[in-house]
Design a protein around this ligand. Structure first.
Ligand code: SF4
Length: 108
């Protein structure tokens, strides 16, 4: 599962601008698509654990996520990009449906 204390342990190494123009913070390590780290400050997904099954995308009532391609990532080549992270209503639906517990939702 995602390390729920990642924000105190990992640094922001990159900022990724989503198609929605929301700026997503990337924590930890990044080595191309091979190692992606944890994406999202409040809607956070460990992309090195995520298997890309899309349950979170289907579960979210406010469409926070959209598919993004990360060719070559060992865990999965498609990930749920938190493109509309500021829209999150903290319902925890995505966290609860994730089969590998890759998601952590935290309030500001
Ligand atoms: Fe969507 Fe709820 Fe997950 Fe927020 S906590 S991203 S609103 S499913």
């Amino acid at each position: 599962p995602i390390d729920v204390d990642f924000k105190s342990k990992l640094k922001v190494v990159e900022t990724f601008t989503a198609p929605s123009s929301h700026k997503i913070k990337v924590f930890g390590h990044r080595k191309g698509n091979e190692i992606l780290g944890i994406w999202g400050e409040f809607v956070s997904v460990d992309y090195d654990i995520c298997v890309g099954d899309g349950a979170c995308i289907d579960a979210c009532p406010v469409k926070v996520y959209e598919w993004a391609e990360f060719a070559g990532n060992p865990a999965s080549e498609k990930k749920p990009l938190m493109a509309r992270e500021p829209d999150c209503i903290f319902c925890l639906a995505c966290e609860n449906v994730c089969p590998v517990q890759a998601i952590k939702i935290s309030k500001k």
